[in-house]
Design a protein around this ligand. Structure first.
Ligand SMILES: Cc1cc2nc3c(=O)[nH]c(=O)nc-3n(C[C@H](O)[C@H](O)[C@H](O)COP(=O)(O)OP(=O)(O)OC[C@H]3O[C@@H](n4cnc5c(N)ncnc54)[C@H](O)[C@@H]3O)c2cc1C
Length: 376
């Protein structure tokens, strides 16, 4: 069996790894570079039980365990470490009325920790770009092929009932099965196969060089801007001495080329002001990357993982929203089982069946003023 995976983000890389480990012939086609999009720019935060009570719970728990096991199974260092997670609030420095659960010395006096959300038993972090690259390298070591190219269509057998391969830069890569894992760009595949809508939601983030002084605590802080707007700021100190701060989001048109995703200067400026208010360690001169990325989301907020209706051999794995780095290993493992055995044993994929949502009518997919794609 030969499987072509469209997209070299964290989802494509994990599917490739779990297929290649079972001796399946795999080709990953990536338009830009591995982890070029959200998979290289995410927080990388992992939580075992934050999806409890939702259909994502089993996928998240299985994936959290796989993340814990992978460092001893494959080569590379992607900064996996357990951490604590806290929520809190940022108030004017004179306001001391709030209850202080724990004092984090590196934060400014106005940043108040109110409750603990996770412990080293339940929360962890990876460097998402390094993790994605390590999974792809492990797949390649198991004979998967990584090819640079732009997927522009799915090729069907003469009677149209099954996939025969994918169209890449004017040529065809023959395949028995095709997996669409192009993050928010998966929406383009609605013109090739029956697929529900996938939307892209953009968020900016700043990466600071904070050195080794910041403890392994993820922070989720409520912050009120001068305009009165309330935002949640997420702070993720990584094992490599860098700290990622993210907040805010919008839904501009999705650039057709993933390499053309840009930051909005206004949003970056807002985020820099927030960072400086949180801690002297987050001063603007400490910023080493200003970036933005689109996370893939679906109509009901759950990912699409499984067989695509009406065509044999077509699969999709996208729409992981804010939990794509967490849920990538269990997605890869379960989809590989589905492809090889006909059913997924490690995680029940039925809540993520692509057929649960109405397919997108391709005429609703528009290029908006030359700026990018929009579902109207
Ligand atoms: C600011 C931010 C913070 C986040 N933090 C976290 C977090 O802390 N924890 C967590 O679990 N998740 C987090 N996420 C979510 C996570 O980043 C995403 O869910 C995940 O990266 C999606 O991975 P993907 O492989 O589906 O898509 P992507 O990473 O978007 O990868 C898709 C790939 O497909 C390629 N591609 C596109 N079109 C084509 C084509 N035509 N042909 C070939 N290749 C193509 C692209 O170049 C890209 O490399 C965060 C997201 C954002 C935006």
């Amino acid at each position: 069996m030969r499987v072509v995976i469209c997209g070299g983000g964290v989802i494509g890389a994990c599917i490739a790894y779990f297929l290649a480990r079972r001796d399946i012939d795999v080709i990953v086609v990536e338009r830009t570079e591995v982890a070029a999009a959200a998979s290289g720019k995410a927080g990388g935060f992992l939580a075992r039980d934050w999806c409890a009570g939702s259909p994502l719970d089993a996928l998240a728990r299985r994936s959290f365990d796989l993340h814990a096991a992978l460092p001893s199974e494959i080569a590379g260092d992607w900064g996996y470490r357990r951490m604590t997670a806290y929520s809190g609030i940022v108030v004017p420095e004179r306001d001391r009325r709030r209850h202080l659960l724990a004092k984090l010395d590196w934060l400014s006096a106005g940043a108040i920790i109110e409750s603990r959300l996770g412990t080293t038993e339940t929360t962890a972090i990876v460097h998402p770009r390094a993790f994605t690259a390590a999974m792809m390298s492990a797949a390649v070591e198991n004979s998967a092929e990584l090819r640079h190219g732009r997927v522009t269509g799915i090729v069907r057998t003469a009677d149209g009932s099954s996939v025969r391969g994918v169209e890449v830069d004017g040529g065809v890569f023959e395949a028995d099965a095709v997996v669409v894992a192009m993050g928010p760009w998966s929406v383009m595949a609605a013109e090739w196969i029956v697929l529900p809508a996938v939307y892209g939601r953009r968020s900016p983030s700043l990466v600071y060089d904070t050195g080794g002084d910041i403890p392994a605590d993820a922070l989720f802080l409520e912050y009120q801007e001068e305009t009165g707007e309330a935002v949640t700021v997420e702070v993720f100190p990584r094992a490599n001495g860098h700290t990622l701060v993210t907040a805010l989001s919008d839904e501009p048109p999705l650039p057709i080329d993933p390499a053309a995703v840009m930051t909005d200067q206004n949003e970056v400026d807002r985020l820099q002001v927030i960072g400086a208010r949180l801690s002297p360690a987050l001063r603007p001169e400490k910023v080493i990357a200003r970036q933005a990325c689109f996370r893939p989301i679906t109509q009901d907020g759950l990912p699409l993982i499984g067989k695509v209706p009406q065509i044999e051999g077509a699969y999709v794995a996208t729409g992981h929203s804010v939990w794509g780095i967490l849920n990538a290993p269990a997605t890869g493992e379960a989809l590989a089982e589905l492809l090889i055995n006909g059913d997924a044993r490690s995680t029940d994929l039925s809540p993520f069946d692509p057929a649960r949502l109405r397919p997108l009518d391709p005429s609703r997919l528009r290029t908006s003023g030359g700026k990018g794609l929009k579902v109207i």
